[in-house]
Design a protein around this ligand. Structure first.
Ligand SMILES: *[C@@H]1O[C@H](CO)[C@@H](O)[C@H](O)[C@H]1NC(C)=O
Ligand SMILES: *[C@@H]1O[C@H](CO)[C@@H](O)[C@H](O)[C@H]1NC(C)=O
Ligand SMILES: *[C@@H]1O[C@H](CO)[C@@H](O)[C@H](O)[C@H]1NC(C)=O
Ligand SMILES: *[C@@H]1O[C@H](CO)[C@@H](O)[C@H](O)[C@H]1NC(C)=O
Length: 379
């Protein structure tokens, strides 16, 4: 019964629906055109923007043929801290084995005037000080005598704490070796580097108040360097105070400015090379290479050693600059900033700051906005 009455009424309903559908259709069409207009405008705008973005990107890895500098020297940050306990003989030997160009470390002077390698201000993180001298475990490292420092183990913590997440596992021979590491003297470190012909670079910590070597720390260190017999050109002198004094006493050192932030071209002009730290990722290393950094301090000599070319290097042929010229000129029109010193720009001068990537390497002044925020991690 119910079904039948429904069937009888059907034609009426269809007509009604049809007319509703027609009005609705035109209404819908109207709405759609409005929506279309609303969407297409921004869509086109975004599309245009996306096309233009690459023009505004400054990358030091877009370069002319033949203007890429040499690969930055690889300097092991406290040795090879992913393969061995930092700042120990084993750590530096691993760096040498993996073909690092240099060894980075931190120098503290003991209460009796022996420079040794220690990064932290106290010994808790990297030695077993809590077991050996429990009542002195928070004492400043520089306030211990060498006699006391010699009694500490500087490797067991590494196997216990595994400071890096992607370290891999150590062979049993390496574990045994790591377990047996002691605090390393600067003099032994320098002799090891000299034998292997590796650069050395180090932070030098001024001893605390009332320390007998507080005022002669630089001299004391320079004496140890001299007595070690290391070839002076292997020493990258980093410490910023008394540079001219150091230059007069030890004229053979290479003076280096370490930078977490953009480095100024004035250092290059004064023959001060640049070292960026800590660079362990391949892409960041690539940028450092493109920018013309002299050396990088890294936790991962063993992996950066295998990079033979910056990732995402784009080479611009000198002989076929047409496309580049057009791109650069377009970008000029958009970022219309006047170059400060015209003579520093090549034939694309018109373009202004947005085209800085077309400047020759040395004129780029190593001021790379990409490097600074990522490399500013504490040592
Ligand atoms: C530990 O501290 C005490 C008290 O300050 C001091 O007398 C002692 O020499 C310290 N020991 C070491 C190994 O420095
Ligand atoms: C390393 O091994 C030698 C020989 O077994 C031992 O005399 C020395 O105390 C060990 N050093 C450390 C820091 O464990
Ligand atoms: C450092 O050594 C130089 C000579 O090598 C000496 O003239 C100077 O007085 C010393 N400075 C200090 C603070 O001991
Ligand atoms: C920089 O070093 C080079 C080569 O060692 C030397 O020829 C040049 O005179 C030095 N420049 C300055 C400003 O010291």
């Amino acid at each position: 019964m119910h079904k039948e009455s429904g069937a009888e009424k059907a034609p009426h309903w269809i007509i009604l629906l049809w007319s509703v559908n027609e009005t609705f259709k035109s209404f819908l069409f109207c709405i759609l055109s409005v929506i279309q207009a609303i969407i297409i405008g921004p869509y086109l705008a975004i599309l245009v923007l996306l096309f233009l973005i690459p023009l505004g990107i400054y990358s030091p890895c877009i370069r002319e043929v033949g203007t890429l500098g040499p690969k930055p020297a690889l300097i092991g940050h406290r040795g090879a801290p992913m393969l061995a306990p930092e700042n120990t003989e084993m750590s530096f030997q691993k760096t040498i084995e993996h073909g690092g160009d240099g060894l980075e470390t931190d120098v503290t002077i003991s209460y009796d005037g022996i420079p040794f390698l220690m990064h932290d201000s106290n010994l808790q993180r990297t030695t077993n000080i809590r077991e050996v001298f429990p009542s002195n475990s928070t004492q400043n490292a520089a306030l211990f005598s060498w006699d006391a420092l010699e009694q500490l183990n500087a490797g067991k913590w590494f196997l216990r704490d595994t400071p890096f997440s992607c370290m891999g596992s150590l062979s049993s021979a390496d574990q045994k070796l790591a377990m047996n590491q002691s605090i390393y003297k600067l003099s032994n470190f320098l002799r090891l580097a000299d034998r292997a012909n590796k650069l050395v670079i180090f932070d030098l910590y001024r001893p605390p108040e009332k320390h007998p070597y507080r005022n002669t720390w630089i001299n004391t260190t320079l004496e140890v360097i001299r007595d070690s017999g290391i070839k002076p050109h292997l020493v990258l002198w980093l410490h910023n105070t008394m540079r001219s004094f150091v230059q007069s006493v030890a004229p053979g050192f290479q003076h280096t400015m370490a930078s977490k932030a953009p480095v100024d071209a004035k250092y290059a002009r004064a023959n001060i090379t640049t070292n960026l730290y800590v660079i362990s990722e391949p892409w960041l290393f690539s940028l450092a290479w493109c920018v013309g950094v002299h050396s990088v301090t890294t936790n991962a000599v063993h992996s950066l050693k295998n990079i033979n070319r910056p990732l995402f290097l784009m080479v611009r042929e000198k002989t076929s600059p047409a496309l580049w010229d057009i791109l650069a000129s377009c970008s000029c029109m958009i970022w219309r900033q006047r170059p400060k010193e015209k003579e520093h720009y090549n034939h694309l001068i018109l373009v202004g700051e947005a085209c800085v990537f077309l400047q020759p390497l040395q004129e780029a002044g190593l001021t790379d906005p990409w490097i600074s925020p990522y490399s500013s991690r504490p040592l």
